[in-house]
Design a protein around this ligand. Structure first.
Ligand SMILES: Cc1cc2nc3c(=O)[nH]c(=O)nc-3n(C[C@H](O)[C@H](O)[C@H](O)COP(=O)(O)O)c2cc1C
Length: 271
């Protein structure tokens, strides 16, 4: 048995993970010792799932507390440990604190949003207008995570047939950043309603570099239990079982997996 696998009493696991009322894996379901030597112990697994299920896109509820550089460094390092095609590590992290520059980014957002609104169906326009879709100036800082498309020039391992894999790798870095931020109690909001070439000009981003994610980052008073777009009836989470297929696209998942999906406990609100 792996000594790092603690199979202590369920309530200890729950308490360590900090949400005794709702914790999943451990709820009468602690992993049996030695069942899988490479798995995390129950508490650590619960913490990973907690970060996943309680991460939120944050556009409001930012508080004025600054982000400590030590915390920011940990988040950026987490992003840097994302998987990347051919180990290309195509990312850079532009930290934007200057309010003048941020106001200019928000102006970009405001005009992009007006253009987007024109494309929204008439009967949803009113709801669209009421959505909060950015926290550029209210957050402690902004980060633009970019993808340098030339970083591995001449060595297209994994990108010969699928050149966009460097962009996908950068998105993995964004997700690492986002999940680590949740664990640190830091909110992150992704703002994609921006004209990319105008943003590149504002941040001096060279032609061969793509701004993949523009993020608002800051301490928050609250992480809402469900996505804001769900709460405001923009869209609901799709039933997972409908999305899982077996062998070929369009073929419903086999019964035992479908049953397992149906049997998943609602570990966190909306999960
Ligand atoms: C690629 C990407 C772009 C997004 N762009 C925006 C955006 O411009 N404005 C916004 O309010 N939310 C944006 N979001 C956040 C989504 O609306 C959010 O992830 C979704 O509603 C689910 O909510 P949750 O992240 O809180 O679980 C973006 C998310 C992703 C992954």
């Amino acid at each position: 048995m792996n000594p790092s696998q603690k199979t202590g009493p369920t309530d200890t696991v729950l308490r360590k993970a900090g949400r005794g009322d709702l914790l999943p894996i451990a709820r009468g379901n602690a992993m049996s010792a030695g069942a899988c030597d490479n798995a995390f112990d129950d508490c650590d697994r619960a913490a990973v799932y907690r970060a996943i299920f309680t991460r939120r896109d944050i556009r409001s509820d930012f508080v004025s507390e600054p982000i400590d550089d030590a915390v920011l460094a940990r988040l950026i390092r987490a992003a840097h440990h994302a998987p990347s095609v051919g180990f290309m590590q195509p990312w850079n992290f532009i930290v934007i604190r200057d309010m003048g520059r941020r106001e200019k980014v928000r102006d970009l957002f405001l005009s992009a949003r007006m253009q987007e609104e024109a494309k929204i169906a008439e009967d949803r326009k009113e709801l669209y207008r009421r959505l909060r879709l950015e926290g550029i100036c209210e957050s402690a800082l902004n980060i633009c995570i970019t993808c340098d498309r030339d970083r591995a020039n001449g060595s297209p391992l994994g990108r010969w047939h699928n050149p966009e894999m460097d962009l996908f790798s950068t998105v993995c870095a964004v997700q690492n950043f986002w999940l680590a931020a949740r664990a640190e109690g830091v909110g992150v909001g992704w703002v994609s309603i921006l004209d990319q070439s105008a943003l590149k000009a504002l941040l001096d981003i060279p032609d061969h570099v793509v701004p993949v994610a523009y993020l608002c980052v800051g301490r928050v008073s609250d992480f809402a239990p469900v996505p804001e777009l769900q709460r405001k009836n923009w869209r609901q989470r799709l039933p997972l079982a409908d999305l899982v297929m077996s062998e070929c696209f369009g073929v419903s998942s086999d019964n035992s997996l479908a049953r397992a999906i149906d049997g998943l406990a609602e570990d966190w609100p909306g999960s």
